[in-house]
Write a protein that binds this ligand. Structure first.
Ligand SMILES: [Zn+2]
Length: 218
């Protein structure tokens, strides 16, 4: 539920916190997969028994939200070594379903052929080749960032933005390196473009997989 506290979303069992989310209706299809991803993401958080829940606004010294502190936060330069990948996703201007997709990309929880191979849905590596180039195992990273088709899309996008991106080997590195300008508001816009690109490549891939093949991709 939207306004539930952490204490409403699970309970302590022999000093171990067990998350139990409540939903307004039974989850179906992909929602079950998203819940698993959510369990994986929150499972790494260490909770302390007996400490009450409270809302905290980190950018302000007194931990209380104000529009002024929010404005200052958005104007602050971003430190280059900060890994705020998930924060970049949630603060972007993208629709919630696209943010959810990007979140699963960062966790490698999308339904790529490699992930289906791991679950036994595909029986061999040969049947799990990339839908866009048919020349590589369809991992999440390959499909969205290192497939020749995807590289072409990213290069066009980078050219349009007038920036460059050094060689990267992970989704987090790609998102961190995809930046224009120094302020939070400039990067928020940039990360929204990043989300739009991965979502568009994913939709193009699905058109190929589910039969509506784009002639340009053949
Ligand atoms: Zn490919």
């Amino acid at each position: 539920m939207k306004w539930n506290c952490v204490s409403d979303c699970g309970n302590w069992e022999q000093e171990v916190w067990r998350w139990k989310f409540l939903w307004r209706r039974p989850l179906v299809g992909r929602e079950l997969e998203w819940e698993q991803a959510l369990q994986g993401a929150v499972g790494v958080v260490q909770l302390s028994e007996g400490v009450p829940d409270a809302w905290t606004w980190l950018p302000s010294n007194d931990r209380i939200y104000s529009v002024h502190s929010s404005y200052l936060f958005l104007q602050e330069p971003v430190l280059p070594d900060q890994d705020h990948a998930l924060m970049h996703v949630w603060q972007s201007y993208a629709p919630s379903n696209v943010k959810g997709f990007a979140w699963r990309v960062l966790l490698d929880r999308i339904v790529s052929k490699e992930n289906m191979l791991k679950r036994g849905i595909f029986s061999s590596v040969g049947s799990a080749s990339c839908a866009l180039c048919n020349n590589h195992l369809e991992t999440c990273f390959h499909l969205l960032f290192s497939c020749p088709f995807s590289i072409g899309v990213w290069n066009g996008c980078l050219q349009w933005l007038g920036c460059s991106l050094s060689q990267v080997t992970s989704v987090h590195e790609h998102l961190s390196g995809f930046r224009v300008g120094l302020t939070h508001s400039q990067q928020r816009l940039c990360h929204s473009i990043w989300l739009a690109v991965i979502w568009s490549v994913w939709l193009a891939r699905n058109e190929v997989v589910f039969g509506e093949v784009l002639p340009a991709l053949r």
